[in-house]
Design a protein around this ligand. Structure first.
Ligand code: HDD
Length: 691
């Protein structure tokens, strides 16, 4: 893992007061108070006598406990749980024709970034794998100032106007009278709000799809969501939508798998990102853009300023213009991942906002929230937030001011300090000349009135498996809703999206009759299906970034383990050995093979495919162990490829697991690797209801 040496070293030198001492087998700085006073005893507080009371005089105790008492800051009101990493962005194709922004025009230049990927609803300590949208926020430290692209892994949003955001979030967060559920949409207040907010239906289709169950943060797409503007040297404006495309392709878990992962490893995604960076498998994404003019936008059958709509790739193709690689884990989680502060208003010259009313409200909220979250108007001085280009102005003082601006002058214009910061004439920055006319009012355009067409398009663009998952997700979520009228209202909305989907959900809920579909303000259009909206269609035929588990026990075949491990590693996978004991198993040749994980704590949900290499005796012993039975039963139910030899087959039989093309012999290495790269979708109809 690359480390930022300069920062680590600087910090330890500061703490040491410069001098290093030799003891405990290493050179270390002296432990001191925050005032630099040496601490002679960090185990005992200062007492009046050997068994006497602690003295108030003990400034070392008081300082240590005071600091500890104040170590937590308010967590983010949304996106509290996140995983961040440093990296860089490299431009491969110039947008010079459209923008003056240097980061988008200087081919080959690398720009440092800090990227944070988050869940939305849960608190900072919540699990990594709830059904939830993932935030995808990138801070580019450009030569012209910080540009923050603060997006999600879903290209649309629930609401059209920022004024509804507090209502949406209050509805999705834990219910205020009871303090649960944590990190879940499956409850009354969320679906109550949604059922009364038809504009959210397109987003509902996305969140009920497997997009909200990512296999890894390295396997999600990112979207800037809104239309932004690019402004060129002539001041001309072109609309742009930003997309991140993962090099590892898209991959999701199944719902049952996500639920079980939450129990097996609550930090599943954070650990995956940490481990990938540690071994040099750096997560990477292409940055792509959709560019279009106002004239083109006028022909779209939707309004691109409405954040509940996407622009199908088939209508405006994506152009890849660069790539982002994350290659350095933060030196300190709190200092960087927790304190990083994004703001969609941070754009550089050449990039501008559109009139999307959701974006317009966001431009206010982020700076504002940082003031209470980070506690000071000087939060931009925290290293992860500070621009890496020169910056200067006349803002002064405030809590936690770290810089020491020099001189007498802190205002502008002035005649006393010719070298103090001055404005850059607007002409030098090529601002666009956008004219706004019209009647002021709390109003919404008619072009925002169609809430169902793209929801329908999304659903109909999915494979049959993905459609079935959406129907099941809706049944699960609405089954958790106590109030029947909310369930019925939702099924009514689904009828506007697709009658078959509505029927499936109504059946799943056991509704006695189909509820009325709500009236629509605009006709539902039949848009051409867009295969680019699928996940299955976008999975990559690769084991890169994937993980294979080999279950062994005493007597397992050493050569078979070695062969599978080599084949899987050669194909790009990470391999872990799972055994009943962490100390390992004695193999058929008498050698000991250590385990990477103990069976009960390392279930098959942590892997993309598994190999069961057991002797008959080993299989017999494991057949009586529910952890082993669950290991193979879950692997089967989660549509994973399995390699199993003699003893392995015995365990499969004991677990009552059927046989299909996704279960191959341990010796059939090529077949196993091929099967491991995909899910065994053909098996799905045997393990869950798809209709
Ligand atoms: Fe937001 C955080 C993404 C709408 C108000 N938002 C936040 C983060 C992401 C997004 C990724 C976490 C950033 C981080 O890692 O620190 N938000 C979005 C997207 C939206 C969106 C893609 C719609 C397209 N957000 C939105 C609206 C508002 C906010 C409409 C308010 C009017 N969002 C916030 C916030 C947060 C935030 C309250 C909480 C923590 C923070 O800003 O720094 O200001």
């Amino acid at each position: 893992m690359k480390k930022d040496k300069s920062k680590t070293d600087k910090h330890s030198t500061q703490a040491s007061g410069g001098e290093l001492h030799q003891s405990a087998g290493g050179k270390h700085p002296a432990l001191t108070t925050n005032q630099g006073i040496a601490v002679t005893d960090n185990q005992n507080s200062l007492k009046a006598n050997i068994r006497g009371p602690t003295l108030l005089e003990d400034f070392i105790l008081r300082e240590k406990i005071t600091h500890f008492d104040h170590e937590r800051i308010p967590e983010r009101i949304v996106h509290a749980r996140g995983t961040g990493a440093h990296g860089h962005f490299e431009l491969t194709s110039s947008l010079e024709k459209y923008t003056t922004a240097r980061i988008l025009t200087e081919i080959g230049e690398t720009t440092p970034v800090f990227t944070r990927i988050s869940t939305v609803a849960g608190g900072a300590g919540s699990v990594d794998t709830p059904r939830d949208v993932r935030g995808f926020a990138v801070k580019f430290y450009t030569k012209e100032g910080n540009w923050d692209l603060v997006g999600n892994n879903v290209p649309v949003f629930f609401i059209q106007d920022a004024i509804k955001f507090p209502d949406l979030i209050h509805a999705v967060k834990m219910e205020p009278d009871r303090g649960f559920p944590q990190s879940a949409t499956a409850h009354d207040t969320f679906w109550d709000f949604i059922s009364l907010t038809p504009e959210s239906m397109h987003m509902v289709m996305w969140i009920m799809s497997d997009r909200t169950l990512p296999r890894s943060l390295r396997m999600i797409e990112g979207f800037g969501v809104h239309s932004f503007r690019l402004i060129n040297a002539a001041g001309e404006s072109t609309f742009v939508k930003f997309h991140w495309r993962p090099h590892l392709g898209l991959q999701s878990t199944l719902w049952d798998e996500a639920v079980k992962i939450a129990g097996a490893d609550q930090d599943f995604h954070r650990r995956d990102m940490f481990e990938a960076i540690a071994v040099g498998q750096f997560p990477a994404w292409d940055l792509a853009v959709q560019l279009f003019t106002q004239e083109q936008a006028n022909t779209f059958p939707f309004d691109h300023l409405d954040a509940t709509k996407l622009i199908p790739e088939e209508l405006v193709p994506l152009q890849v213009i660069g790539r982002m690689v994350l290659d350095r884990w933060p030196g300190n989680f709190f200092a960087e991942t927790e304190q990083v502060a994004y703001c969609p208003a941070n754009v550089v010259p050449g990039i501008d906002f559109s009139n999307d009313p959701l974006l317009q409200g966001r431009l206010f909220s982020y700076l504002d929230t940082q003031l209470s979250r980070l506690g000071s108007a000087n939060f931009h001085q925290i290293p992860v937030n500070a621009p890496q280009c020169p910056f200067a102005n006349h803002q002064r003082d405030g809590h936690m001011q770290m810089s020491q601006p020099q001189g007498r002058v802190a205002y502008e214009p002035n005649s006393l300090s010719k070298d103090s910061p001055r404005e850059t004439p607007a002409d030098d920055l090529h601002r666009s000349n956008i004219i706004e006319i019209g009647q002021k009012g709390r109003i919404r355009a008619d072009s925002f009135a169609d809430h169902y067409s793209q929801a329908r398009q999304f659903y109909l663009s999915q494979t049959l498996h993905e459609q079935a998952h959406m129907a099941s997700a809706l049944v699960f979520e609405l089954s958790k809703v106590e109030h029947p009228h909310i369930r019925e209202a939702m099924v009514g909305h689904l009828r506007r999206i697709d009658e078959d989907l509505a029927r499936r959900v109504a059946d799943g809920l056991g509704l006695e009759q189909m509820p009325e579909a709500p009236a629509v303000a605009a006709p539902v259009q039949d848009m051409a299906p867009s295969p680019a909206l699928q996940i299955i269609g976008k999975m990559k035929d690769t084991l890169d970034g994937r993980s294979i588990g080999i279950l062994i026990a005493d007597g397992s075949d050493r050569d078979a383990i070695k062969a599978i491990k080599k084949a899987a590693t050669d194909a790009g996978a990470t391999v872990k050995i799972v055994a009943p004991k962490l100390g390992g198993a004695r193999l058929d040749d008498g050698s000991m093979r250590k385990a990477d994980g103990q069976l009960a704590g390392t279930p098959s949900v942590l892997f993309d495919a598994v190999a069961i290499i057991l002797s008959e005796d080993g299989a017999k012993a494991l057949s009586a162990d529910v952890a082993a039975i669950d290991f193979v039963r879950d692997a089967f139910a989660h549509l994973k490829a399995m390699a199993a030899g003699g003893g392995g087959r015995t365990l499969l039989n004991a677990a009552n697991v059927g046989v299909d093309g996704g279960i191959v012999d341990v010796g059939a290495l090529g077949a196993f690797i091929a099967a491991a790269k995909i899910r065994q979708w053909d098996r799905e109809k045997y393990v869950r209801t798809l209709a």
